[in-house]
Write a protein that binds this ligand. Structure first.
Ligand SMILES: [Zn+2]
Length: 298
């Protein structure tokens, strides 16, 4: 049975601010290029990251047996999907879809909102992203919502890795920021999305010692060399059993992620090591300073 543990419903402009949508597009173009087209885009404009219920259902109905779907609530970066949107959509396909909530730990009433999501809306997990929400997971003032998750026995998925918005806070998004929570709530099931990229080795160190911590492989096949290195490291530390499937749709469709994983050894079988194009080398030597120090002329 194929289970996709990570997908989104959200769309511009109803849930996503314009600057977020513009930066999402720039990031999408890089992913499309690096993955050889194995990424999803609704269109190459401000709607590149759109995932309406119709688009989401179209992408997942034939490719996964069960799909976990949630929005995101992150005031600091301009994303806000009402949990009702998720609950309404999931109710239409309750045999396949599993709805999770997202609440923003920096906002008043977020613990009550999660209670409402679980008890009234039937949502069965929680998505958070400190990078997007600007909260420090080591700060205990944000822990009541995780205590509630442990008490309700619902899993938490963390976007704990880098991301594209210029308003994101990367300092709080390193996987090691979760170490205190894994020790304080040992029974809480948690998934770190995207293998914590680009801090995969930090996450692997934490996966080894935290019994209920897992990771999903969404959004990592775009970078084949890094992905292969990550999996070698995970094997060496004996944690590959904690890797699960996720698409991060609309980032990619689940069959693209499966394709990427089945192809993971291609980079290691290619003759020689991956090459850095001369153009990139010369731009670093001769050109790129103009972006940061334009006052020096050209
Ligand atoms: Zn996500």
């Amino acid at each position: 049975m194929i289970v996709d543990v990570h997908s989104h419903v959200m769309w511009y402009p109803d849930h996503v601010a314009e600057d977020f949508a513009a930066e999402a597009l720039a990031s999408k173009l890089v992913k499309l290029e690096q993955s050889g087209g194995k990424a999803h885009a609704a269109s190459l404009d401000l709607h590149s990251y759109d995932s309406t219920p119709e688009q989401h259902w179209d992408a997942c109905k034939d490719t996964a047996d069960r799909t976990v779907v949630f929005g995101l609530q992150a005031k600091a970066t301009g994303v806000w999907v009402p949990n009702e949107v998720i609950a309404t959509y999931v109710a239409q396909h309750s045999d396949k879809l599993v709805g999770w909530a997202s609440v923003d730990p920096t906002q008043p009433g977020h613990v009550e909102e999660l209670n409402h999501c679980v008890h009234d809306l039937g949502l069965r997990g929680l998505k958070v992203g400190p990078a997007y929400q600007h909260f420090d997971p080591t700060d205990k003032q944000y822990w009541p919502v995780f205590a509630l998750c442990e008490k309700l026995d619902i899993p938490v998925i963390w976007h704990q890795g880098t991301t594209f918005p210029s308003k994101a806070n990367l300092r709080v998004s390193n996987p090691l920021m979760l170490e205190d929570i894994t020790m304080a709530f040992p029974n809480l099931r948690m998934i770190v999305a995207h293998v914590g990229h680009p801090w995969e080795t930090d996450l692997i160190a934490l996966l080894r010692k935290a019994p209920n911590l897992y990771t999903d492989i969404s959004a990592v096949h775009y970078r084949p060399w890094r992905y292969w290195q990550t999996m070698v490291t995970a094997m060496e530390y004996g944690v590959t059993h904690k890797f699960v499937l996720g698409s991060d749709f609309p980032s990619a469709k689940v069959d693209q992620v499966i394709d990427g994983l089945r192809n993971i050894n291609a980079v290691a079988k290619s003759p020689g090591m991956p090459q850095i194009p001369e153009k990139i080398i010369e731009q670093i030597i001769n050109e790129n300073w103009k972006r940061v120090l334009p006052e020096l002329g050209n």
